[in-house]
Design a protein around this ligand. Sequence first.
Ligand code: BGC
Length: 761
Amino acid sequence: MLRNLMYVVALLPLAAFTQPRTQLANPKMEASVSELMKKMTLEEKIGQLNLPASGDITTGTANSSNVAEQIKQGKVGGLFNIKTAAKIREVQKIAVEQSRLKIPLIFGMDVIHGYKTVFPVPLALSASWDLALIEKSARIAAQEASADGICWTFSPMVDIARDPRWGRVVEGSGEDPYLGSQIAAAMIKGYQGDDLSSNNTILACVKHFALYGAAEAGRDYNTTDMSRIRMYNEYLPPYKAAVDAGAGSVMSSFNEVDGIPAAANRWLMTDLLRKQWGFKGFVVTDYTAISEMISHGMGDLKQVSQLALKAGIDMDMVADGFLNTLKKPLEEGKITVAEIDAACRRILEAKYCLGLFDDPYRYCDPQRAGKEVFTTENRQVARQTAAQTFVLLKNDNQLLPIQGKNKIALVGPLADNGENMTGTWSVAADFANSVSLLDGLKTALGDNADLLYAKGSNVVDDSALDARVSIFGKPTRWDKRSPKEMIDEAVAISPNWSLVVAAVGESAEMTGESSSRSDIGLPGNQQALLEALLATGKPVVMVLFTGRPLTIAWENEHVPAILNVWFGGTEAGNAIADVLMGKVNPSGKLSMTFPRSMGQIPIYYNHKNTGRPLAQGKWFQKFRSNYLDIPNDPLYPFGYGLSYTTFDYKNLQLSGRELNSARKLKVSVEVSNTGNYDGAEVVQLYIRDLVGSITRPVKELKGFQKIFLKKGETKTVEFTLTEKELRFYNSQLQFVSEPGDFQVFVGSSSEKWLQGNFTLK
Ligand code: BGC
């Protein structure tokens, strides 16, 4: 019955989505690629599908030797993690001068949050809720990377993540499909611009397709398993948004989807991605994902390579499976020339779109890097951006911003550590150039700064663990003194302080790939350090460095002010000083829930109600969905973040009580800055679909606006809701909205709002 009433928007799952922008037919390109392919031998076609590792950074163990020789033989389609225009020009020269058909190589890199000018880690960027700024950060990253020879980035990472034990939450935009989709599109636009062939835009690669963020127990590379309903409604939207925004390439994930590893999953790569979503770009595997399918139990290298090609994979990253084994299954009739041709064509088309056939050295102008990389202007944008990402978690008695003349003690393992400021995947960064908090505060306070410094503790208190969390050359500067000696040193200077700034948290490499943690509290001896500092009776401001939500319930209870600064990039120290000193008023809002304790994980705001929901405001009710020992609600909810000023929401207005496919609904609210500082606020709109043919989340983000209000100023913020925002995938995976009653919430977080009601007719 319900089905007759609902707006059936798609008869086939996902067919309603529009065609991606950059994937319109291009007869000239097709003709030119066809002409070239006529000349290619089978070996040369397979060669285009091969992406061996090269250069300075490796993320695995595969050995890619003899690259130059392979290039000459036409056995390489591209290389990655090699940089500088000069070096890339040399390698490109081998391809275009010494290989038979002179086909240029494509050069990729993990440019995921800036290039040499490093921006805050992606999870931090998402906390800015500032799409224009995020797009700009990707634009600058593309500009710098392309000036250094790179034309393809393995970004954006759009995996929805709800388990902060997983270290790679730092690389994405958090837990929400709506926010994640908006950011995915903004980043694609930033990287690819309007014209992929200009020399300062680069090809994006949306990853990791799909569901990588749902690894069981938060353990990297682990199994994922979920219903299609959850997949379509909660996990797939950001990938789809990236494809719709014109992403030119997609990277397959390591995990299995419905029991089949993504790299061999034909439903995922062909039925969904290509047939339903209309993706016309190419798909590259993740690092050795093809050969890893041997361990998954999918067969030997020949078998898994064959499965990958048949699934719709075009390029093999590092596994050498396509290169070395595809001929045999071709002879046996298990794969076809047409399948190899299709993959080869897609890769050649990407090279065509990048303008590499016109000029293989398009991204190798030796003059550009000197002028365009790590410029003062780019660093300035990185500094402004970083300050927008910080989230003020607590600020009792307006301890912040730092006012008047203070004697500041800067204490903590991350205070004097520029190298760690860039966070994970800062492969082009010159660590020595990033600004530590100590340096940032010194500059802000001037020459006669009353600034004392003591390390106070190591990041972790076990030297073996310390080695594991600084493996990629971001030193934690392990101090051999005992925890007590370090704390004593810090406390001994206490008579001279009026304020303590405690720079605590994780090291940069405690999040990122292969960096899952089983305990996401403040590591090592850092809580003991905080206890000792608090015991002096002096006010303590905690500056928290992290790449994931941490369980900091104790800290929240005892420390009067907490500013979460993530890993802010090259300009982190200056940006933190800007915020601590009140030059910039913090406005970041969490894009991922902070749990009270590990036991609440996975925890996310857009959960279902269950048949036995806990009553509002209650901690425990027998036979209700809750815990005996902790409340259900998180420590800090999605969308949460304070400001030095206060914002008041009033007068929620709906333009009507009804909405239909023709009639939109305007939702407006008055927001006033009622405090003592000018500041920005992220106004958030959520809905709840009260009755559905499938159970619906208790809240879903459907809009947000970041506004700036001078103190005393009031603005009316208006959102438009259409029938489109109310759609979801039903149990037949049809993208529909269903008539009925809805609630709408507008407020400053997912837990603080004004509420209205409307009906979809
Ligand atoms: C990661 C990818 C990355 C690739 C290339 C892999 O280990 O999972 O995110 O793009 O390496 O560096």
